[in-house]
Design a protein. Sequence first.
Length: 446
Amino acid sequence: MSQILTPEQKRRFAVFRMTEEDVAALQGLSEFAQQRLPALLVALHAELSAWPEIREALSKPEVHKVRVAHWVRVASGQFGDGFMESARALASAFYKHGVPGYAVTICHATVINAIYAELDTMPAKGGWFARKDQGLALRRALNRAAWVDLEVLLETYAEAEKASQRAAMNDVANDFQGRVQGAIGAIGQAVRQMDEAVRTMSGSAEQSLRNVEAVSGASRAASGEVATVAAAADELSASVNEITRQVSQSATIAAQAVAEARRTDGIVQALAEGAGRIGEVVRLISDIAGQTNLLALNATIEAARAGDAGKGFAVVASEVKNLATQTAKATEDISQQIGQIQAATGHAVNAIQGIAATIDGINQVVSSISAAVEEQGSATAEIARSARMAAEGNQRVSNLMQEVGQRAEETRQIAGTLSRSSAELNQQSGTVNQAVGQFLDNLRRA
């Protein structure tokens, strides 16, 4: 055998009893293979009408070209360098263009039978027996070559199919791995973001707890202060009410004093008028005493003229004169007393009027104080009411702060749970990524 065969090819030749004589017989068909085989393969497309999928694939130029080149090799006994590459090229072309595996056997049978038919029409050298022996040798060589080539094609077709499946599997695995890694990466990113959010939420919850404690303390202190203010306001309101009562009582007393002063002023005025009238009576008495004194003087003069007869009358006249003088003196004293009474009464009237005016002014001041105290009482009552409302509001704030504190504590606990879940999820995603990697490695090696 002049061609260099690989150990694998030698084993195949041994299995199918392919000999050097068979190769030599096929090499004698080199001219036939190169000149008549291409047209023969084209003509055979019509015989594959029962398998349109095979005929359609074989009719494609890229498949037909590789097929013709390979059959020329087989029919001319070229099993040396390039044969396996030619078989792989044909198997790959079949698989790439959708030629099913069973078509390899059908194509081989069709081509071999067609070559047999063509060889029967070719003239042979020598006698009848020589032609018969030559035909049998060619048939035997072609049959063995066809089996060798069929086994190689089926093997290379299977390899091509496996390579294609492996490539498709690798594509699927790579795509799946990319998707899984992308998903795991997204999960990892989400876990990191969630962990960051959890840390932020936990910090916020702790800060909220501190703020709640501070606000609760301030609220309690404010509640105490407000309660103190409310109590003081209540006491102040009570004091203002008492002041109002006393001021009102003072105003009543002042009004009574003004009324008494005015009544006293009337009495004093009446007294002054009575004193005036007494003065007039005293002046009348004084006038009468003067006239009586003048009459007594005249009587004395007349008694003196009468002599002894008029002595008794003179005594009487003297007594009358003395009485008149005493009356005049008493009247003068009374007039002086009345003048003093009138002066004192005038001073009393002025004083009483001043007292009345002062008391009236006091009454007005008391009225103003009463109004101011009443307003102060209203303001104090409003302060007390506002203080009580503020105390109630602070109590509600304190209660709300306690509830907020509870919610913040729950949030902190939830944040701790989420943090642990995040760490576990991150660990699980790493485990999943590792498991997927091992699965895909095993899948690629399969």
